[in-house]
Ligand binder design. Structure first.
Ligand SMILES: O=C(O)C[C@@H](Cc1ccccc1)[C@H](O)SCc1ccccc1
Ligand code: NI
Length: 187
């Protein structure tokens, strides 16, 4: 299974490359990789396994972070209410594309981090508040989902990795906590 040693860190040029589309039908190699990426996220969110394996918590991961310059991301955003532990979004997305988005922007109150960045970088990472994402799932079906809130932020963070964009590229250098009018701040 994937562990922190498999995750490349800033400075590795793969993190700044434009990742290649996956050709259809999706080859077995990419199905297997996607499943391993999702398993990593599950392990990273499991208190026992993450401790055993020394994993940083992850709600998303992109293939370039594994030095694979292909347009594959996995997301596992659990919902916080423990009543129905069914996760909010648990998906492997092949060739994800933002096909529509709100004018309104949003950011996380506490900023962002990255499994490929071993330093804290403070500041608001301003993103679209709501997005429509089109992608191919592991069964080769074309899907279209609408996201808002935290899961919209996570998916944008992961799609950025496919385009060689890091979260801190979005932070205002001179005023990291400057907020334009109307930007939603998510708790
Ligand atoms: O490096 C990655 O792509 C995985 C990031 C994704 C991410 C970070 C911040 C905001 C949105 C997405 C990791 O999930 S960062 C660690 C983490 C773990 C649990 C909750 C929030 C952030
Ligand atoms: Ni990241």
């Amino acid at each position: 299974s994937i562990n922190m040693d498999d995750i490349i860190r800033e400075g590795n040029p793969t993190l700044r490359a434009m990742a290649d589309e996956i050709s259809l039908p999706i080859e077995k190699e990419w199905i297997t990789l996607g499943e391993k990426m999702l398993e990593f996220l599950r392990n990273s969110q499991d208190p026992v396994k993450s401790e055993e394996m020394g994993l940083r918590g992850g709600v998303g991961i992109a293939a370039p972070q594994l030095d694979v310059s292909k347009r594959i991301i996995a997301v596992l955003v659990p919902n916080d209410d423990l009543e129905n532990p069914a996760s909010l979004i648990e998906e492997i997305l092949y060739n994800p594309k933002i096909i529509a988005h709100s004018v309104q922007k949003a950011c996380l109150k506490d900023g962002e981090g990255c499994l490929s960045v071993d330093r804290e970088i403070q500041g608001f990472v301003v993103r679209y508040a709501r997005i429509t994402v089109q992608y191919t799932n592991k069964d080769g079906e074309t899907k279209k989902i609408k996201l808002r809130g935290y899961e919209a932020i996570v998916v944008q963070h992961e799609i950025d990795h496919l385009n060689g964009v890091m979260f801190f590229d979005h932070i205002n250098e001179l005023e990291p906590f400057k907020l334009e009018k109307g930007v939603l701040v998510l708790e």
